[in-house]
Design a protein around this ligand. Sequence first.
Ligand code: ADP
Ligand code: MG
Length: 607
Amino acid sequence: MKQSIHILPDDIASKIAAGEVIQRPASVVKEAVENSIDAGAHHIVVTIKESGKSFIQIADDGSGMSSSDLDISFERHATSKIRTYDDLENIRTLGFRGEALASIAAVAQVEIRSRTADEDVGVHLKVEGGVKHTPEPFGMEPGTTLTVKNLFYNTPARRNFLKTNATEFKHILDTVQRAALANPELAFTFISDDDTVFSVEKSDLHTRIRELYGEELSEGLMECNEETDYLTVYGFFAKPEYSRRTRNEQFLFLNRRYIINRSINHAVYRAYEHLLIKGSYPFYVLFIDVDPSRIDVNIHPSKLEAKFDDERSVYGIVTSVVRKTLAEHDMVPSLTMSGPDETTGHTHINQNRHRSPLQMLRVNPQTGEIIENSGKGEQATTDLNLFQRDSFRSPHRRTDDAMQERPAEERTGEESGGTESGLIYQLHNKYILAQIRSGLMIIDQHVAHERVLYERALKRFTTRNPASQQLLFPETVELGHADVELVKEIQPLLNTLGFDLKTFSKNTIVIEGIPADVRPGYEHNILQKVLDEYRSNMNAQIDARDNLAKSFACKTAIKTGDRLTDEEMRDLIDQLFATEMPYVCPHGRPVVIKLSVDELDKKFGRT
Ligand code: ADP
Ligand code: MG
């Protein structure tokens, strides 16, 4: 039996809406503390009883409200923080939806006392189940005190839904701690059932972390601070040995707003990857500040999630900031110099590896890039020239163990990428020219990178060790029916390469992650491109792995026409000479051409 459609009475509608914002006592605390922060408070006092079930009070010394403002503050969508839709693009306050007070008042007995600095007395207003009483004058210091009693007294279902006092208390504690972490320049006091849980004065972030999480942890903190055109990242990470058993102590603040973001958590985790014992999680307090127009915080009523307009670069920046921080604190094998080699006069670089899971990591302290070198072959970039310390400027850039990866007879000085440092040049964004001892080496940048990626892909297939970068928001792509079938057929290989795919329906696929080797700027349509290439190779008698490795390498390699920095060129050369076959590309074309000084001399008639 279908009932006719009717509009819900206001009070029911507002109780439903309230449920989105106010789910538990901690939600009241969160919203009220945010209001206090937005109001410019210096000291915020949170008092609760019975884990907030019977009593919650948030008192601040912020701007306060005039009696007329107070009067409308409980209306739904009453806000002083945005006026126009455009303001939504530029949110700098924590609140903006104008829903919190209305929602709280719909489901609890609320009293608010407020006074602005301009007025001599404050106002006291009671609201119960959404019904306002008459405001009365009230003597108080400037600021606002919100008191919330008997939460969900008029929505028994919700009240019954509340968890034990211990659980609700923990939620509130988390909320107050996050606010205190995000705002070390404010003082916070948190009182529960007449006990002071913590009381902290205005200070700095390091002190705040110490006060909240203890002396011991604070000694293991590493600071980071990095500014790019797009964003600023700063905060503290704990050294791996201070890791926690749960993810609960990973704090991420976007424009000072606590958020949960899987992708960024993953970016941090990725940087720590080899440093952590299984089942442990790094403690961190990380702030990301970005132009508010480049993020969307209005995707959920609780404002806990946020969306970046360029989440891939955020991921990359965060990973490298963390890596750099770890590297600066020696959380990687250290490099020590031995004296000059008598025979060559060149300085050697010895790797002095710690006995730790770090063994496989090498980090460029300048860029924070980690050069993953898990044993033989794979990603054997081994490019110590990435370490731009002056003393490392040696013509022998490769490490001894990297040299060992290829047969001795191949390891002549110049072959092993023995370019003279400093002398490197990109010709027409296509060829890399590098001076070697015998003369000149010319490298085709695209095929060189193809060789590197091809071998890396093959390696992944044998080691079954995928490396994936997660997309914050999975991308749904329409593929032809045939391509969907192809994906199904080679999905295990695609997975091993680092694609994280879900078949969604007959012709759509959801991409949740792409291979880590895909460079920023190359992500667009990458799956489709690889599939097309794979298909066009299918008639040639090659097996699926080889085909996929080739197709992937071809489509993700640096293109002809791409400008490379000196460092990228050196990097590429070193990676190339760590491959099994640096001289031919996967399709059989030459990668490197050499021109010796002798040949040049001949051409110039110098002999
Ligand atoms: P929002 O924070 O999204 O604007 P709220 O419902 O939380 O919406 O609050 C409504 C309005 O009430 C705020 O915009 C602000 O003007 C005022 N307000 C609420 N709490 C305080 C406070 N502690 N101090 C000063 N003004 C407040
Ligand atoms: Mg608010």
